[in-house]
Write a new protein. Structure first.
Ligand code: MG
Length: 380
């Protein structure tokens, strides 16, 4: 006898906190569907995301380093898997809905352009008079319209809760399906958001050290790194060199996750929400680092921006990405037939600019580079 959906609801009732989103009480979709016999709505969403083309393309998209430049470096797929794992750890520790939090984490970077942030910036500039380009909103466009899988509608028809979780920026009071969203996201979305930040702080420092763009000595200007080294040396004072650095990265991530869980547990106790709705109109998120750790992680973030993302070594890469994406976008605006027919069809509903942006944003680094070379060669 298999575990039925009713059993799953009962299990959720037993182990989830009252402020967690319960699958039984949510899971509304744009196109209503019958309950699945043995998966909750959020478990189905996670599977739909995993089986999407956009998810598979993450493997060939830049996280920080251009896709394919190093066998050990992260790409957007490995980043996403790490975010999902840390999101689940935080959600489980706080008795939140792990399936919902994981689905949001797995989808959170689907909307990224090729060539990482340089690519996004280029596309945002090119789309300036069309409302710009934002990878969070693009993730929503992908799951709502661009993935084609079902016979009777476009998109993969995810639940309201996952779609809301993808709309990160709340200051300007965005709307979803004509409904103005509250200032805060669900705790599950907050967990995925914080996990995203701390994951990339940790693994970008790791990748930076691994490929020699950062060195541990230089990182010692950061309190959070000195702390991580101290934790690592406590474990084994004789360890040094790359082994010490690798273990210190592990300690850095563990320290950040530990701080996030402990602080969030204190916040939940202090605010004492009795339902998932109770957190939506608070003046702050409850899944958070302590004030001290917020400061320390901000220092690390600023350090990574200065020395890694926009440091001298990646400058050429950033410029190249800009040139290539601008070229591809303009070329497609001139020759929309380059997109192929399913993308070209979207011109009728979305306009040429948005259809071209959807097409360019969906490219992997690999495809964008090949297409750039091919079109340039044709010109010569
Ligand atoms: Mg991310």
């Amino acid at each position: 006898m298999f575990r039925s959906i009713k059993d799953l609801y009962r299990l959720e009732n037993d182990y989830l906190a009252p402020f967690a989103v319960h699958a039984e009480c949510g899971g509304k979709r744009r196109f209503p569907e019958k309950e699945h016999p043995f998966r909750t709505a959020f478990q189905r969403d996670r599977d739909r995301i995993l089986h999407s083309k956009a998810f598979r393309r993450l493997e060939y998209k830049t996280q920080v380093f251009l896709s394919g430049t190093g066998d050990h470096l992260r790409n957007r797929l490995t980043h996403t898997i790490e975010v999902a794992a840390i999101t689940r750890t935080i959600a489980r520790a706080l008795r939140l809905n792990e399936d919902l939090a994981e689905a949001i984490a797995l989808a959170h970077d689907l909307g990224h352009t090729p060539y990482g942030h340089a690519g996004e910036r280029a596309l945002h500039e090119l789309m300036a008079d069309q409302g710009g380009f934002d990878h969070n909103l693009q993730a929503l466009r992908i799951v709502d319209f661009l993935e084609i899988k079902y016979p009777d509608y476009d998109g993969i028809n995810l639940t309201w809760e996952v779609r809301c979780g993808l709309m990160k920026h709340r200051e300007d009071g965005p709307e979803l399906d004509g409904v103005k969203l509250p200032p805060q996201c669900s705790l599950e979305a907050q967990a995925a958001d914080l996990a995203d930040d701390l994951t990339y702080y940790g693994h970008d420092a790791d990748d930076g050290l691994d490929c020699g763009l950062l060195n541990s000595k230089q990182m010692e200007e950061l309190e959070i790194w000195r702390e991580a080294l101290e934790t690592a040396r406590k474990k084994d004072p004789s360890v040094s060199g790359p082994r010490l650095e690798a273990y210190a990265i592990r300690c850095l991530i563990d320290n950040m996750v530990g701080n996030a869980i402990r602080t969030s547990a204190e916040m939940l106790q202090a605010y004492n929400p009795s339902s998932p709705e109770d957190v939506l109109y608070l003046d702050r998120p409850l899944i958070t680092f302590s004030e001290e750790y917020t400061r320390k992680t901000q220092e690390l973030k600023a350090f990574l921006y200065k020395n890694l993302y926009f440091g001298e070594a990646l400058k050429g890469l950033n410029e190249m990405s800009h040139v290539r994406l601008s070229y591809l976008y303009r070329k497609i605006m001139e020759h929309p037939e380059l997109m192929g027919c399913s993308a070209e069809k979207r011109i009728a509903t979305s306009g040429i600019c948005r259809a071209a942006a959807d097409y360019v944003a969906g490219m992997t680094d690999r495809f964008a580079s090949k297409e750039y070379e091919r079109l340039r060669n044709m010109e010569e």
